[in-house]
Ligand binder design. Structure first.
Ligand code: 13P
Ligand code: SF4
Length: 339
C-alpha cells in the first residue's frame, strides 16, 4: 500500500525546462514574427506554459475551432496536435497554417482510419455519423456532424431522431454522451491513451487525501473514474467550473498542461493533478501528472522555427477540404444555437 506522503511527491514532467532568459529571447522573436506575418498563435490548454504565454488565444478544441473560423490573420500558428491544425486549414483553405511539429498525432485519430470507418458505415445505411473532432480530415469527410467534448451533448441532442447514431472514435466520450442524452449509439472502439491511464483506485487515494477538493474529470476518461467526479466536462468548462465554484481545492483528471491556466485564472486555489498510473500496482512510480506525449512534442523553439520557415505547413486537397468542411460547419452552427 502506498502511503499518502509518498503520493504527495510531485513527479513533474521530465522535460528540461527553459531558462527564463531562453524563454524571454524566444518570446521576443515570436512577437516580432507575429507582427511581420500578421499571424495569430492558437494554443490548446494542454500546451506547455511558455507556449500558452505567447498565444493570442488558449482554449479547448471548440474554442480553438471557433477562433480559427473567425480569424482575419494571414497565418495561423496552431500549437496543439495535427488534427487541430488540419481543422484550422479546413476552415481557412486560403490561409497559411503552420504547426510546430507535424508528428504531433493523437491516439484517437490513429484508432480510426477512414477506410475502416467507411466499411462500418456501409453495414447500415441508416447510420448518422457523429465524429469527435480528434480524427483525420478523411474521417471528417465521411461524417455527418463533428463534435468536441465541449458540445457533444448539444450536438447529439440535435441529431435526427429517426437515424441510428454511430459515434466515432472515442468510446468513453461516446458512452458519457449516451448517459447524458439517453440516446443509444454504436461506439467506435477508440480511446485517448492518456486519459485511460487514470485509474479509479489511485484517484480514490487522492480524494481521501483531499476530502474537501472537488473532482473535475474529462469525459475521455473511463466510466469508473467519471463516476467519482463532481463535474465531467471539456477542458475549457473545467476552468470555468474551478473559477466559479466556491471550493478552494480541485483534483484535476486530465492532461496536466491545463494546470497553468487554472493557477493563473484562479489565484488562491489549489490544483492537484490526478495520478496517471495505477499507484496500487506501480507503487514506486506514483506519477502525479498525466501528459499527452503528442501535445508535449511542441516547444517554444519549434513555435519560433515554424514561423520563421513557414513550415511544417498544412496542405490538403481542395476536394477533401470541401467534404470535411460540411460537418464542421454543421457543428459550429448547432453550437451557436441558444441553449
Ligand atoms: P478539449 O480541450 O476539447 O476538452 O479536448 C481534450 C483533448 O484531449 C484534445 O485532444
Ligand atoms: Fe489525443 Fe488524448 Fe493527446 Fe488529446 S490527450 S491529443 S485525445 S492522445
Amino acid at each position: 500500500m502506498v502511503s499518502l506522503t509518498e503520493l504527495q511527491v510531485d513527479r513533474w514532467p521530465v522535460r528540461k525546462p527553459l531558462s527564463r532568459g531562453e524563454a524571454d529571447a524566444l518570446t521576443r522573436e515570436i512577437m516580432v514574427l507575429k507582427k511581420q506575418l500578421n499571424a495569430v498563435v492558437l494554443a490548446h490548454n494542454y500546451q506547455v506554459p511558455e507556449i500558452q504565454e505567447v498565444a493570442d488565444f488558449v482554449g479547448d478544441s471548440l474554442g480553438l475551432s471557433q477562433q480559427a473560423a473567425s480569424t482575419d490573420a494571414d497565418v495561423i500558428v496552431f500549437c496543439g496536435v495535427h488534427f487541430m491544425a488540419e481543422t484550422a486549414k479546413i476552415l481557412n483553405p486560403g490561409k497559411i497554417v503552420v504547426l510546430p511539429d507535424k508528428d504531433a498525432g493523437c491516439s484517437l485519430e490513429e484508432s480510426c482510419p477512414a477506410e475502416k470507418l467507411r466499411a462500418l458505415q456501409q453495414t447500415n445505411p441508416n447510420f448518422y455519423t457523429v465524429t469527435y473532432i480528434n480524427c483525420s480530415a478523411g474521417v471528417k469527410a465521411l461524417s455527418d456532424v463533428i463534435c468536441t467534448s465541449g458540445n457533444a451533448v448539444k450536438i447529439v441532442n440535435a441529431c435526427p431522431p429517426e437515424r441510428d447514431l454511430l459515434f466515432v472514435p472515442d468510446e468513453n466520450l461516446g458512452a458519457w454522451v449516451t448517459e447524458q442524452t439517453g440516446r443509444p449509439m454504436t461506439l467506435w472502439r477508440g480511446n485517448c491513451y492518456a486519459h485511460v491511464e487514470f485509474q479509479r483506485e489511485s484517484l480514490l487515494l487522492v480524494t481521501r487525501q483531499f476530502p474537501e477538493a472537488k473532482v473535475v474529470v474529462h469525459p475521455e476518461s473511463l466510466r469508473e473514474v467519471r463516476d467519482l467526479a463532481d463535474m465531467v466536462c471539456s477542458t475549457e468548462k473545467m476552468i470555468t467550473y474551478c473559477k466559479t465554484n466556491a471550493a478552494r481545492q480541485f483534483v484535476v483528471v486530465t492532461e496536466s498542461g491545463i494546470i497553468h491556466r487554472m493557477q493563473k485564472e484562479c489565484p488562491g486555489k489549489e490544483f492537484i493533478c490526478a495520478p496517471s498510473v495505477d499507484v496500487m500496482r506501480a507503487p514506486t512510480d506514483p506519477c502525479r501528472c498525466s501528459e499527452c506525449k503528442f501535445m508535449k512534442m511542441n516547444t517554444l523553439a519549434k513555435v519560433r522555427d515554424c514561423m520563421k520557415n513557414l513550415a511544417p505547413r498544412l496542405e490538403l486537397p481542395s476536394e477533401l477540404i470541401a467534404r470535411a468542411r460540411l460537418p464542421i460547419d454543421r457543428m459550429l452552427e448547432i453550437s451557436a444555437r441558444p441553449g
